[in-house]
Design a protein around this ligand. Sequence first.
Ligand code: NI
Length: 165
Amino acid sequence: MDIITLGGRDELCLKETASAIADINDSVLQLSQAMLETMHEGKGVGLAGPQVGFVKRIFVTHAQGDQDRVFINPDIIQTSLETVTYEEGCLSIPGVYAEVVRPAGIVIQGWNEKGRPFKLTAEGILARIIQHEYDHLRGVLFLDRINEKRRERILKSYGRKIKSL
Ligand code: NI
C-alpha cells in the first residue's frame, strides 16, 4: 500500500491553523498571483496558503467558467441549510477522490487580489471549492469530513493510506 506523505516538508502545515495576514501589502498580492500560477500548473481548481508552506489566511480558486479569485483573510459569514454531495480531490492528496457533503451555498467576505474588501455569495461548484479551501486554513482536509470507516474504505480502494490522519 502506498503511503501518502502529503507533500513532504509541507506535511505538517496542512494540519496547522493559518493565522491572519496582518498587512495586505504588495508582497502578499504578488504571492497570491504566484499561488494562482501554481494552481493552474497543477490543474487544480483551488489552492490554499498552507498547501504551499505559507500558513496564512489566503487561498485562490478557479471554478470552471469562473474567473480566477483571490481570498485574503476570508470569513464565511453564512451557510445554507441545504446541503449537497460532490466528489472532491485535493492537490495535496493526489489521486484520491471522495464524495463530501457540505452546504450548497455560502456568503464569504475577505480581501481580493487588489487588496480590496469584497463580499461574495456563491453556490454550486464555486461554493464547494471555497469551502474546501477555507477548511485548509483550519488544518482540515476533505478526508477529515467523512467518517473513519468510509475513509479507510476509500483509501483502500485507491490502494493508499495516509500516515498523518
Ligand atoms: Ni485541498
